[in-house]
Design a protein around this ligand. Structure first.
Ligand code: TV1
Ligand code: CA
Ligand code: ZN
Length: 370
């Protein structure tokens, strides 16, 4: 989108943390993306901003003060044996690691900075690839997410915009963001995700649609493994068009979790990164002030490829499929290309089911009023 003012938020220090030795969430993927974006010569096309970490006060607008106080003080040694007493961090998915507070504050600070820049009309599109921590709850960490930068950014947008739409294409259900805004009609949350067979977090059926004034403003699109670009984009565009028509948001927040791309360690959709990027491209056609955030993504080279392609999509640039020289990708044949092709795998989504889900979603959207 060549005519748009784009800002790219990047905190160099925020992506060198390690949740644990073997943890699938690797913050370094944001640095990999950054290097590819730089080496594809995209920096001159946008404003690069180094955000400040969120203040304690900002974190406590979203989270229980006691939880933030705990995050601030805790260290791996101190947490040892305390997890049962105050289980706001659960050992496996959300381990206590050195720097957990600074890591969280940095991510939230960048997403709030995106919202402020949009609020002041200084940018049309703001990017924070380190953000998108959609599972974090008010009182506890969940699913690799410690502080909910998305809820913080949406809250900030709500000071200047009547209605905010949130769209989440991470392979997991955006349960944390949904919960924060479950009883308001000023935020419509829409999550596409794998659902069923115990897939984390287990919530996100179409029947889960909001409460009180928020009834029908939480939209869920449950899917099965193996979904292809054609099926996903068909459903995604139809749902978004109808939701935009009904809700008419004044600002948009996109969670671009790359674990919905084929070959992910935790996800098992069959989307190419071009299909994933086309979802963003479609969202940008509504010409709304937009915040673009990261999220999941566990095959780290694929995450970097996807978010690099999406940065170019935002800027309206075409990239050479051959990756530029960089310090992460080597000389192996599978390391040469930007584009991630689909694979042969079983697809548990039939077109009949996709249309049935679409109709269920349309029914909920049909009841919304603005
Ligand atoms: C440490 C080391 C933690 C190896 C976690 C996969 C690990 C997982 C690990 C894992 C793993 C989950 C559950 C736990 C139910 C819970 C950023 C009792 C190989 C946004 C979060 C997924 C996704 C959590 C986050 C999920 C996001 N899957 N290896 N943990 N159990 N937790 O299933 O949406 O992408 O897997
Ligand atoms: Ca999702
Ligand atoms: Zn995910």
């Amino acid at each position: 989108m060549a005519n748009k003012k784009v800002s790219y938020f990047y905190a160099p220090d925020a992506s060198s943390y390690q949740l644990s030795e073997t943890h699938p969430m690797v913050p370094e993927r944001v640095n990999m993306t950054h290097e590819l974006v730089q080496n594809y010569r995209m920096f001159p096309h946008m404003t690069i901003i180094k955000p400040h970490p969120a203040t304690e006060e900002q974190l406590k607008r979203i989270h229980l003060p006691g939880y933030i106080d705990y995050l601030k003080k805790v260290s791996p040694l101190i947490s040892n044996g305390l997890v049962d007493l105050y289980p706001c961090l659960q050992a496996d998915d959300c381990p206590t690691f050195t720097g957990v507070y600074d890591y969280s504050a940095s991510i939230v600070g960048a997403s709030i900075a995106c919202a402020n820049r949009i609020n002041h009309g200084r940018s049309n599109i703001c990017i924070n690839w380190a953000g998108g921590m959609h599972h974090a709850k008010r009182r506890f960490a969940s699913g690799f997410c410690y502080a909910n930068d998305i809820a913080a950014a949406i809250l900030e947008l709500l000071t200047c915009h009547r209605r905010v739409m949130y769209v989440d294409i991470d392979v997991h259900h955006g349960d944390g963001v949904e919960e924060f805004f479950y009883n308001t009609n000023r935020v419509m949350t829409i999550s596409f995700h794998r659902h069923g067979n115990g897939f984390f977090p287990g919530t996100g059926s179409t029947a889960e649609s909001g409460v009180g004034p928020g009834k029908d403003y939480a939209i869920n699109v449950p899917l099965h493994k193996g979904i292809t670009d054609d099926q996903y984009i068909f459903l995604y565009k139809n749902v978004l068009m109808k939701a935009m028509e009904r809700f008419q948001p004044e600002a948009l927040v996109m969670q671009m979790g790359a674990d919905s791309v084929v070959g992910d360690k935790l996800g098992d959709f069959n989307l190419t990164n071009q299909g994933h990027a086309n979802c963003l491209k479609h969202a940008l056609t509504y010409n709304l002030p937009t915040i673009v955030l990261g999220g999941g993504g566990y095959s780290v080279k694929n995450v970097a490829r996807t978010w690099t392609l999406e940065t170019a999509t935002i800027l309206g640039l075409e990239l050479d499929n051959k990756l530029p020289a960089n310090s992460y990708f080597g000389h192996l044949p599978e390391d040469q290309n930007l584009i991630i092709p689909a694979i042969k795998m079983s697809n548990l989504n039939s077109m009949k089911e996709i249309k049935a889900v679409q109709n269920q979603v349309y029914e909920v959207l049909g009841r919304t009023e603005i």
